[in-house]
Write a new protein. Structure first.
Length: 85
């Protein structure tokens, strides 16, 4: 890979612009998954519940954004009622 400024682009690739190979790979994977989505569902249904749940939990990381932990300050009481949950 050329060093920054040595590829006829003195500034390098701008931030936020994906690598062409990465973009092509993602598109290819999307196409493959879309073509097999029904079979993937059937395969998941055939798995034992524990295995199916493990796979679904792992896939959630790619669907839902990460949530930050909430850490109340030291000695501050938590302000919620468990009966409301």
């Amino acid at each position: 890979m050329p060093k920054k400024g040595k590829s006829n682009n003195p500034n390098g690739r701008p931030k936020g612009i994906p690598n062409k190979l990465t973009k092509e790979l993602r598109e290819s994977l999307k196409t493959v998954i879309a073509g097999h989505i029904e079979q993937i569902g059937k395969d998941l249904d055939e798995l034992p519940a524990k295995d199916r749940l493990e796979i679904l939990v792992k896939l959630l990381a790619y669907i839902l954004p990460k949530v930050e932990d909430v850490n109340p300050g030291y000695g501050e009481p938590l302000d919620f009622d468990l009966n409301d949950l």
